[in-house]
Write a protein that binds this ligand. Structure first.
Ligand SMILES: Cc1cc2nc3c(=O)[nH]c(=O)nc-3n(C[C@H](O)[C@H](O)[C@H](O)COP(=O)(O)OP(=O)(O)OC[C@H]3O[C@@H](n4cnc5c(N)ncnc54)[C@H](O)[C@@H]3O)c2cc1C
Length: 417
């Protein structure tokens, strides 16, 4: 790309679902947007996730009874939560903050902030999809979270009570009701909690690419390039590309997923972003007659009906951005799914790994850089980037337009750590 004479209006770095949704909201507001990504449109983590619009998922990772389970899980190198041993020294500060985020007073504030974000996320996502002509890509058949004993359900009850207080509807099903909600499950699952308001998409990559078609129709542009660094000047900010050229804009928005902290550091902001790597296998369409998304939270994975197949995956691997994937994790979840859903056809699957961009308190970073109002951050959505993408687009558009956001963005300040 050649150096340009005049700054663009807005440049967004990152064409994952968050960058695309930001570009959509800004373009709708009449702004002139250029998106830069080294891979293409919705080719990375946003392409292969589990496709849930998890508007009721307001509990931070640090609260889901995870800390109690971690020691047991760590014993299993292919279990739901692993730390790659060689990465542990680098991870220690993030783990410490993760542990602090589990304190009762912190949890209460985080759940409140996440609840407010979800209150915005649902109407924003449904509205954006409708305006883009993609509303039929959203399935509204709820989710079913499965438990192997009443005791396991009892352990999860405080979390369900917190959701109840937030107005989220659910129902615990047993016996015939459970079998009717999802036929063909192994008998080890004795209780299932049905959440009717949970939604999924037909395929997350189709959603990203479909939204991008809409953004393009609104006039936005795209450049395929790697951004090496960013800098801010008095009236604009500049992205420095790996071919030596530069792109300037009155506002530069960093929405580069799990890599965003590297660019934020160039602006003087040290943000404790880590990646929770996740794995899955997508089996051909018809591999199982799934009625809705199934959540095996005790085993750290979900099974999703997509128009492109049956996607089985999840898990958390703390191993940074550079270590090679360990696809035995995809296989381990597939093998478990076969036990849990005995009729599952396991042949012909595609394996995948993605990088969840995660902050220790499970809230995203949305707001200005600490050193310039010409650079904004929108990253760190962890397990919820698809779910919260349109809400993030709205909040960023409000900030750029000088409008008071409809929810407080204080809990999302990038400098809160
Ligand atoms: C197994 C798994 C299951 C998940 N399930 C769900 C789910 O059901 N629901 C949900 O809401 N979320 C889910 N998530 C989380 C969700 O996928 C992420 O939160 C979301 O994709 C993050 O989007 P993003 O746009 O911030 O990042 P990304 O999708 O990672 O996009 C960032 C983009 O920035 C680009 N980039 C980075 N650095 C540079 C650079 N220097 N120069 C140029 N370009 C750059 C990358 O190429 C990439 O395209 C899941 C994640 C995983 C791994």
């Amino acid at each position: 790309m050649r150096p340009q004479a005049d700054p663009h209006d807005i440049v967004v770095i990152g064409a994952g679902i968050v960058g695309i949704a930001i570009a959509a909201c800004l373009s709708e507001a009449g702004r002139n947007v250029l998106v830069i990504d080294r891979q293409g449109i919705c080719e990375g983590t946003s392409a292969g996730n589990a496709g849930a619009l998890a508007f009721s998922d307001i509990l931070p990772m640090a609260s889901k009874g995870i800390l109690a389970k971690v020691p047991g899980w760590l014993m299993d190198p292919l279990g739901p939560f692993t730390i790659r041993p060689s990465y542990l020294p680098k991870l220690a500060p993030w783990l410490y903050r993760f542990w602090r985020a589990s304190r009762a007073d912190m949890l209460e504030r985080t759940i409140e902030a996440q609840g407010a974000m979800m209150g915005l996320a649902e109407p924003e996502m449904l509205g954006l999809m409708a305006r883009a002509g993609l509303r039929d890509m959203i399935r509204e058949d709820g989710s079913l979270e499965l438990y192997e004993s009443e005791e396991e359900l009892n352990t999860a009850l405080p979390g369900w009570m917190a959701r109840k207080r937030a107005g989220i509807a659910f129902e615990h099903l047993r016996g015939e009701q459970l079998a009717a909600c999802q036929p063909g499950l192994a008998s080890r699952f004795v209780v299932g909690t049905f959440v009717p308001g949970w939604k999924t998409v037909s395929d997350p990559q189709h959603v990203g690419k479909g939204l991008w078609d809409y953004v393009q129709r609104l006039g936005a542009g795209f450049v395929k390039a790697k951004v090496d660094s960013v800098s801010a000047q008095k009236n604009h900010a500049t992205a420095h590309l790996s071919d030596g050229s530069t792109v300037s804009a009155s506002k530069l928005i960093i929405a580069a997923g799990a890599w965003s902290h590297r660019l934020a550091k160039e602006m003087g902001d040290v943000i404790p972003l880590e990646t929770e790597r996740g794995y899955n296998t997508t089996l051909p369409v018809g591999a199982f007659d799934l009625k809705r998304q199934l959540i095996f939270s005790g085993h750290g994975f979900v099974v999703t009906p997509l128009e492109t197949g049956v996607r089985i995956g999840g898990a958390v691997e703390l191993g940074g951005l550079d270590l090679p994937p360990n696809y035995r994790r995809s296989e381990a979840m597939l093998m478990k799914a076969q036990k849990f859903m005995p009729g599952l056809e396991t042949g012909g699957g595609r394996q995948w790994m993605g990088y969840r961009p995660s902050l220790p308190d499970s809230l995203p970073a949305i707001g200005y850089s600490g050193t310039s109002k010409n650079v904004l951050y929108a990253f760190g959505h962890g397990h919820l980037g698809l779910t919260q993408s349109a809400a993030t687009g709205r909040l960023v558009t409000d900030l750029v337009g000088g409008k008071e956001p409809s929810i407080s963005i204080e809990p999302f300040y990038p400098q809160r750590f």
